[in-house]
Design a protein around this ligand. Sequence first.
Ligand SMILES: NC(=O)c1ccc[n+]([C@@H]2O[C@H](COP(=O)([O-])OP(=O)(O)OC[C@H]3O[C@@H](n4cnc5c(N)ncnc54)[C@H](OP(=O)(O)O)[C@@H]3O)[C@@H](O)[C@H]2O)c1
Length: 281
Amino acid sequence: MPHILITGANGQLGQALASQFDAAEKLTLWTRPRHDISDPAIADAVSETAPDVLINAAAWTDVDGAEEAPKFAFQVNALGPKYLAEGCARCGATLVQISTNEVFAGDMGRFYHEYEQTSPGSVYARSKAAGERAAAATLDRLYIVRVAWLYGAGSSNFPAKISAAADRLGALRVVNDEFGNPTYVPDVAAAIAKLIETQLYGIYHLVNEGAASRYDWAVELMRLTQRETLPIDPIGADEWPRPTTPPPHAVLVNQAGTSLGINLRDWRDALHDYVQTELTR
Ligand SMILES: NC(=O)c1ccc[n+]([C@@H]2O[C@H](COP(=O)([O-])OP(=O)(O)OC[C@H]3O[C@@H](n4cnc5c(N)ncnc54)[C@H](OP(=O)(O)O)[C@@H]3O)[C@@H](O)[C@H]2O)c1
């Protein structure tokens, strides 16, 4: 097992990656402020640490906040991967750069394969797309792993918030015209572990199988937690105003991973596991 370095190790995906690689011969976990990926000096720190594989799970993930602070979002999401890639190039490491379904405009009815042109809309999406390009311009041994609608341990994700809101309010209003791939972070971490063994570098869409609207996701969560009688009102995204408009249908297709036998299970099966692990009531 190679020496794995994970940045953003306290984040939602970072924690799942840390658990996945717990048995690695050598595992190095970086968090900020000590290891800030927007600091150019991070390149030296990477080359001195000399991992075999660096997985960058650190990012500015406040999508709405990025509109107010584009400079900082680009500093973390675009320059961060560039500095990390420079460090990897110097020490011969492989980089796994985590990216997002939001690099696509998400036109209704479209499904996005790995080979398609990016078309980011928001500041956050543009900063993530720039991060993909910056890493690719610097390093050949690079996997770009796009994920979507992540959830796992903790309270900062859609199912945790919906579950808490259901308890608090006794009824829900949930957007039914925004679609994505609900994706459980332990499944992504396991898929990345398989992917890095292939040494087949490139772009991958590692998401749980199947698409859902946020409404579908909430309905399934209520069913799995024996709250199927709780009223859920389907609403349009325009009834849930936000500073940014999310892509309505940035649904990813995992074609590249599937061709290597790297498949993630159906999103409903993963949600069932999440309920058992995180929401046992
Ligand atoms: N969440 C989603 O639904 C989703 C969807 C598509 C793609 N993604 C992508 O998936 C990846 C992981 O997301 P996540 O949900 O795990 O996010 P998260 O929980 O917000 O974790 C991100 C981590 O990055 C750290 N971080 C932020 N700025 C940093 C910096 N300058 N230097 C070092 N660390 C920094 C944060 O540190 P603090 O703990 O100190 O804030 C946090 O621990 C990101 O690349 C994100 O763009 C996420």
